[in-house]
Write a protein that binds this ligand. Structure first.
Ligand code: NAD
Length: 586
C-alpha cells in the first residue's frame, strides 16, 4: 500500500535490481527527484511530494533493498555509492532522458546525492541539488582528516561532538545485531520512538516495510563509510548549484560539518531551521517552499542568486511569519525585514489597503510569497477565522508578531470605560487572541516557533497620563513572560519588545481622553512633531525584533530611553516614579 496518492508507478531495471519509481505532477514540467534516507522508503516524502507536484514533475524511488524495490544478492557489496549512482542514472534515463533533474536528498538520500552531484559521469544530468541532513562522505572524510592532522581545542571539540552523535554508525557496523534488532523490538517500537523524540505524528508513516528497509539499509553504512572516510576523493566538487538545509537540532549531525562547504560548492545557498532530523515529515511546507524557490531560480537562470539577501536570510528564509498591525510603522518595517530575509509574510491589519501595500512591497523586497489579511485583532471570531485560514492555506506560522496597537493618553479620571475597553481590546486582547490561536497551532505542530509581542517602555515606566495604555502594555509584558515560561519546554520562544519613542503614525492616530476634538488634533500634532524630532526609525525596532527571535530574548527594550527606563526600574524605581509625574509626549 502506498501513501503517495495519485502517484503513477513504474519499475526500472538496472544491474539485476528492479526499482519501484513513483511519479506525480506534469511530466513536461522540470523534474524534481526526491531520494529518501535511512531507515526509510520513498513514502518519507509523502507530505512534500504533493506540494511540489503543483509546479513540478516529481519523481521518487525506493532505494535498492528498500520499500518495493528489490534487494541485491548478496547484500554485502550491493549498496556501494557506485551502484547507487547506476540506479540514479537508470531512473533519470527513464523519467527525464533529455533534461537535467533537480535532486533533493534527505539523510542517506542526501549522502548518495552528494555522490551524484560530484562525480563526472552525472555531469549535465543534475540541474541542482537540495541537501538536508546528509553530508558528502568525501567532504566528511576530509573534515575529519583536517581535524586529526591539525588539531586545535576547537577542532577536537568538534570531532568529539560529531563522534558522539555518530554512535548509531558504529552500532550499524556490528554484524547481524542491527538486523535482529530491526526485525524485532526496534522495528516494533520505532514509530513510537519517532513520535516521542522527533515529534513525528503517527499515521501512514513509517510504512510496513520498515524492518526490512532498516535491515537492508545497514549495508549502506557497511559498504561505504569506512572505505570513503579512509580514502576520501579530493576532487568532489559539485557540478550543480546546491541548497543546503541544516536543521539546528539534528541529533545526528553537527552544523560545523558544513563549515568548509563553500570550498566544494561554487554556488551554495545555505538555509537553517530550528528543527530536528526528520524535516520531510515535520516541515513539509517549509521544505516545499524552499525547494520550489531554489528550483525556480535555477530554471530561471539565476542559480547563484540566493533569493534572500537580508542579514538573517539563512535563519528566516522560507519561514512563515505573521505580523499584525503590518499596515504601518513598526509592523510594516518588521514585515519588510522578514521579507528581506526571505520569509513568507502574512501582513495583517484592519486597514485593508495598507495591509495589501505591505504585502506587495514585501514581495518586491524578497519575500517569496506574501499575503494581506484584513482583520481587527480585537475581534475574537475574526481572529479565529484568520487562524483557520492561515493554517489551511499557508501553513503553521513559524514567527508570530502581535504588534497591532493603539495609543491613548489622558488622565485616569478622564478615561471612560469605553476608552479603557477600546485600548485593552486591541492592545491586550489582540495579543491574547494571537497567542492563543497561533500559539496553539505551534504547540500542536510540536516543532517550535516564536511569538513576539510588541509591548512598550510604558509597560514598566509609569506615567500619570498613560494609565490605560501603560496598563495594557504592562499586561502584554507579563503575559509574554508567563507564556515564555509555559512554552519553554516546547521550543517556542516568546519575546516582549518594549520600544520608547518611535517615529510612526501612532502619534497622529492616538486618542487623548478628556479633551474635545480640536484639542485632540492639537495634541496629536504636537506629539507627532516631538516624535519626528526624536526621529527613531521603526526599521531599528524591526531589526531588534528579528534579533530577539534569533537570540530568543525575553524582554527587549528598544531606544536608549527605553533601555534607560528599564535600568531605572530595577536600580532606582523612585526616580522613575518621579518622572511618572511629568506630562509625557504620549
Ligand atoms: P502605527 O499606528 O504606525 O501602526 C499600527 C498599525 O496597527 C496600523 O496600521 C493600524 O491600522 C494597525 N491596527 C491598529 N489597531 C488594529 C486592530 N484592532 N486590528 C488590526 N490592526 C490594527 O503604530 P506603531 O508605532 O507602528 O505601533 C505598533 C506597536 O508598537 C503598537 O502596539 C504600539 O503600541 C507599539 N509601540 C509604539 C511606540 C511608538 O513610539 N511608535 C512605542 C512603544 C510601543
Amino acid at each position: 500500500m502506498t501513501v503517495l496518492r495519485d502517484a503513477r508507478e513504474r519499475r526500472v531495471r538496472t544491474g539485476g535490481i528492479e526499482l519501484c519509481v513513483a511519479e506525480l505532477g506534469d511530466p513536461s514540467a522540470p523534474t524534481v527527484v526526491l531520494i529518501h534516507g535511512y531507515p526509510d522508503s520513498k513514502e518519507v516524502w509523502s507530505e512534500v511530494a504533493p506540494r511540489l507536484a503543483e509546479r513540478f514533475h516529481v519523481v521518487l524511488y525506493d532505494v535498492r533493498g528498500h520499500g518495493r524495490s528489490t534487494a541485491p544478492r548478496p547484500l554485502r557489496g550491493g549498496f556501494t555509492l557506485e551502484k547507487l549512482t547506476d540506479d540514479f542514472l537508470a531512473v533519470i534515463d527513464a523519467v527525464s532522458p533529455d533534461r537535467p533533474v533537480h535532486l533533493v536528498g534527505h539523510d542517506w538520500g542526501s549522502v548518495q546525492a552528494w555522490e551524484f552531484v560530484t562525480v563526472r559521469r552525472t555531469e549535465g544530468r543534475v540541474a541542482s541539488f537540495t541537501s538536508m541532513s546528509g553530508p558528502s562522505l568525501d567532504h566528511l572524510g576530509l573534515w575529519i582528516d583536517k581535524r586529526l592532522r591539525r588539531p586545535t581545542p576547537r577542532r577536537v571539540a568538534q570531532l568529539v561532538g560529531q563522534g558522539a552523535k555518530s554512535w548509531y554508525v558504529y552500532a550499524l557496523h556490528t554484524p547481524r545485531l542491527p538486523e535482529l534488532a530491526w526485525r524485532g523490538p526496534l522495528g516494533t517500537h520505532w514509530p513510537r520512538l519517532l513520535e516521542r523524540a522527533e515529534k513525528i505524528p503517527r499515521g501512514t508513516y513509517p510504512t510496513a516495510s520498515l524492518p526490512r528497509d532498516a535491515a537492508h539499509g545497514a549495508w549502506l553504512y557497511r559498504d561505504n563509510i569506512r572505505p570513503r572516510l579512509r580514502r576520501p576523493r579530493r576532487d568532489a566538487y559539485a557540478h550543480a548549484p546546491v541548497q543546503l538545509i541544516t536543521p539546528l537540532d539534528d541529533a545526528f549531525l553537527s552544523e560545523t560539518l558544513y563549515d568548509d562547504l563553500d570550498r566544494w560548492v561554487p554556488q551554495l545557498t545555505r538555509r537553517t531551521l530550528p528543527a530536528k532530523h526528520w524535516i520531510p515529515r515535520t516541515r513539509p511546507d517549509r521544505l516545499a517552499a524552499w525547494i520550489t524557490e531554489f528550483v525556480t531560480s535555477v530554471e530561471g537562470g539565476r542559480p547563484d542568486a540566493s533569493p534572500a539577501t537580508g542579514k538573517y536570510a539563512d535563519r528566516f528564509g522560507g519561514q512563515l511569519v505573521l505580523v499584525t498591525g503590518a499596515g504601518s510603522g513598526i509592523g510594516r518595517a518588521t514585515a519588510f525585514a522578514f521579507a528581506e530575509a526571505g520569509a513568507r509574510v502574512v501582513a495583517v491589519d484592519r486597514d485593508a489597503e495598507a495591509a495589501a501595500r505591505t504585502a506587495e512591497l514585501s514581495r518586491l523586497l524578497g519575500a517569496p510569497r506574501s499575503w494581506a489579511e484584513t482583520v481587527d485583532v480585537s475581534d475574537e471570531q475574526a481572529m479565529e477565522k484568520l487562524a483557520a485560514k492561515v493554517a489551511a492555506e499557508y501553513g503553521v506560522v513559524d514567527v508570530l508578531v502581535n504588534n497591532a496597537g493603539i495609543g491613548l493618553g489622558g488622565s485616569f479620571f478622564d478615561t471612560t470605560p469605553e476608552d479603557w475597553k477600546k485600548v485593552l481590546d486591541v492592545n491586550l486582547w489582540g495579543v491574547i487572541h494571537g497567542c492563543r490561536l497561533f500559539g496553539r497551532q505551534m504547540t500542536e505542530r510540536g516543532q517550535g516557533g516564536h511569538i513576539v509581542n510588541t509591548a512598550s517602555a510604558a509597560a514598566y515606566q509609569p506615567s500619570k497620563a498613560l494609565s490605560a495604555y501603560g496598563t495594557s502594555k504592562a499586561a502584554v509584558l507579563m503575559l509574554s513572560e508567563c507564556l515564555r515560561a509555559e512554552l519553554a519546554g516546547q521550543g517556542i520562544g516568546v519575546s516582549a519588545i518594549c520600544p520608547g519613542f518611535v517615529n510612526t503614525n501612532i502619534t497622529s492616530t492616538a486618542r487623548f481622553a478628556g479633551v474635545d476634538a480640536e484639542e485632540e488634533k492639537r495634541r496629536q500634532k504636537r506629539t507627532a512633531r516631538l516624535y519626528g524630532l526624536r526621529n527613531y526609525p521603526p526599521e531599528k525596532v524591526a531589526d531588534a525584533i528579528l534579533r530577539a527571535v534569533v537570540r530568543n530574548e525575553a524582554v527587549v527594550p528598544v531606544t536608549p530611553e527605553a533601555r534607560g527606563a528599564r535600568l531605572l526600574s530595577r536600580l532606582a524605581p523612585g526616580a522613575l516614579r518621579a518622572i511618572a509625574r511629568l506630562e509625557p509626549p504620549l
